[in-house]
Design a protein around this ligand. Sequence first.
Ligand SMILES: CC(C)(COP(=O)(O)OP(=O)(O)OC[C@H]1O[C@@H](n2cnc3c(N)ncnc32)[C@H](O)[C@@H]1OP(=O)(O)O)[C@@H](O)C(=O)NCCC(=O)NCCS
Length: 225
Amino acid sequence: MSQIRVDDEIIVRIPTMYYEEPYFEWVQANRDHLAKWLPFAAAAKTRAEVRMWLERRTSPEELESRIGGLIYWQGELVEAANLKGVGSSDNAGELGFSLSESAQGNGIATRVCWKLIDIAFAEKDIHRVMIRGARENHRSRAIAERLGFTFEGFQREAAFLQGEYQDLAVYPCWRRSGQCSQRNLASCSPRLTRGFLAQSSFPKTNSVRRLHDFSFSASSDSSRD
Ligand SMILES: CC(C)(COP(=O)(O)OP(=O)(O)OC[C@H]1O[C@@H](n2cnc3c(N)ncnc32)[C@H](O)[C@@H]1OP(=O)(O)O)[C@@H](O)C(=O)NCCC(=O)NCCS
């Protein structure tokens, strides 16, 4: 599998060293935007540092433990999303994501997350998926809420961001919890309903079906390589 087709606009490409140049250019253009919430991702400054990061990221162990990669939206690299934890003893995954500043507001991250969760539950035996976002990172937390994740609480001073320790809001979702439902997506954002569900391959007739159910119905999706 070299890529995951999310919908007509979005493809997630599994990283290889081929992407060194576009990824380096992307980091240069988006360093300030990233630095606020993902300082470690913004830290690679030189081409050599980006290459080393990509080499680590493309090792067989890393690739096996993740679902996701680089997000291409309308043919343009707009950053990455990954669900880590595949093969872990607890079958627990964590979603991470970021976008170019200019690509925000189009539902790209939400749509990609939905697809990665679908694969995790349907094909990778993941039981629990978690999203964590800094208390003040409203855009990140909105993705968890739009997807119907449950707010579990704060991890106090768990991240060092912008020169201080900040709380992380924790949002889990379980394979059989009934969360992440299509109904949740629909009720959280009218634009999301129009833009995303219209393209979704999930059944539209029963809006309260669980993602778990969707997952198995979508597991033979031939749109992925
Ligand atoms: C976190 C981050 C990825 C969120 O980006 P985002 O654009 O807000 O999220 P989405 O791509 O899901 O877009 C959602 C928005 O697009 C809208 N939208 C438009 N068309 C849409 C469509 N077809 N489908 C879904 N949503 C759509 C939604 O209504 C929502 O808008 P709103 O915020 O005005 O309600 C981005 O802010 C970022 O990269 N931040 C820096 C890195 C970071 O913080 N990462 C997370 C660390 S935990």
